[in-house]
Design a binder for this molecule. Structure first.
Ligand SMILES: [Mg+2]
Ligand SMILES: [Zn+2]
Length: 216
């Protein structure tokens, strides 16, 4: 594997709107899973890139929120698998997914309206912009960061930061207000694209440029 592309779920692959917040906390969650425009096409484009693996990596803070009792870690994983199945029906293939169900201690202070599962309030290694889920993807592929170019595509600055923290590139697909401004303050190893397809095209362009120049 030469290229690892990690892709955020909510607001990047599928719609993330106030009424669809915390997908999986009701029994009718499958109806709420809708691919964003250009996503299937963008994934298919990335599928044609040689020696490339694609993983979904998602922070699911809702799992830690007690009142969302149906949104267990198991349910969050079911939603991820369903997104992969929906993409698969469009011949757009992901190699797997990783979920962070934790919230940092600051989250509790910032969200006093929620009662949280104390076992999930912790400083973990997997929450983006930390690299736990990127490392899990590398481990699943049986490699380490050596010789692998990492790209992270997402709608938040924390996604972009994850790519940069991995020594790679972060690509923002705008969605969340204010995220673009945060990204512009990060080290300049990012791109801001108008949608997922453009982000995928950017990865292809970058990866092919590296091959052409003899770099890994
Ligand atoms: Mg997101
Ligand atoms: Zn975590």
């Amino acid at each position: 594997m030469k290229t690892l592309v990690c892709i955020d779920r909510d607001g990047t692959l599928i719609y993330d709107s106030p009424e669809h917040l915390f997908i999986g906390h009701t029994d009718a969650w499958r109806e709420q899973v809708r691919l964003l425009p250009g996503v299937a096409e963008g994934i298919r484009l990335l599928n044609r890139l040689p020696e490339t693996r694609l993983y979904m990596i998602t922070n699911q803070s809702g799992v830690a929120i007690k009142e969302l009792s149906l949104l267990t870690e198991q349910r969050a994983r079911e939603v991820c698998q369903y997104v992969i199945d929906v993409l698969g029906a469009h011949h757009a293939l992901l190699d797997g997914f990783f979920v962070c169900p934790h919230v940092p201690p600051e989250y509790a202070a910032q969200h006093p309206q929620y009662e949280l599962d104390e076992h999930l309030v912790c400083t973990c290694d997997c929450i983006k912009p930390r690299l736990g889920m990127v490392f899990s993807a590398l481990k699943k592929e049986g490699v380490d960061l050596t010789g692998v170019s990492v790209y992270v595509i997402g709608d938040r600055a924390s996604d972009v930061e994850t790519g940069i923290n991995a020594g790679g590139v972060g690509i923002l697909v705008p969605g969340e207000p204010g995220e673009e401004e945060k990204v512009r303050r990060l080290p300049h190893k990012y791109f801001i694209e108008k949608d997922f397809l453009s982000a995928a095209q950017r990865v292809v362009q970058q990866a092919q440029g590296k091959n052409a120049s003899g770099q890994i």
